[in-house]
Design a protein around this ligand. Sequence first.
Ligand SMILES: [Zn+2]
Length: 271
Amino acid sequence: MTEASAEPVADVGVIGGSGLYELLPDVVEHVVDTPYGPPSDPVMVGAVPGGRRVAFVPRHGRDHRFPPHRIPYRANLWALRSLGVRQVLAPCAVGSLRPEFGAGTFVLPDQLVDRTSGRVQTYYDQGAVHVSFADPYCPVGRERVAGVAAAAGTDVVDGGTMVVVEGPRFSTRAESRWFAAQGWSVVNMTGHPEAVLARELGLCYTPIALVTDLDAGIEVGAGVNQDEVFAVFAANTERMRTLLLSAAAALPAEPSCGCAESYQEAGVTLP
Ligand SMILES: [Zn+2]
């Protein structure tokens, strides 16, 4: 078991999504073990312009060996926290449920719907621990990411609901139409339980979704396929990296949000 470091190694965490396996050029690799096993990969820590230290872990592993339902979510977040991280940026690939959000669109969701099944979604298997999750994402993180995007002239959709499906298959047309009919914006396979585990650890968590495709129900044609998703993500990796680095630098030194409070109120103590 890795105890939380007395001296923080990093301030901000980034959990890289499909196609984003490296973030910074000069990094120190930290091999971290956790009570939940090792994270997806060793955590790479480097500094962004301005000096803030960022810990990066590729969600699927750098060789993409973990599919969405097999990602060690608990270990990834625990590892980041044990290095001192208190704010997490979470880029991810999503399918769009709205024709107006085409491939390459950045979306900053403010709500989540969980349609996964069978995933471990808590650190607490005993006692009554119920964290507040009405607002699943850090409002300050979203505001800061939207701010740096606007300053850089990068269009982002500020707000929206991300529905997370179990996968690894893509949605049927009927599922996709149903999601869209609920008014939800984008669909993804990794946003849960990542967000709720972050909340249980008192971490600020801000997803940055990149639309890679129109989901099956709103696309005219064959429907989404994997090559299309990876190709769009690869084409937008530099845009995502630029946004992440400026966002990491722009996050507040002391968050003024309630992300850490809600877990304290729930009586959570770190295991
Ligand atoms: Zn927060």
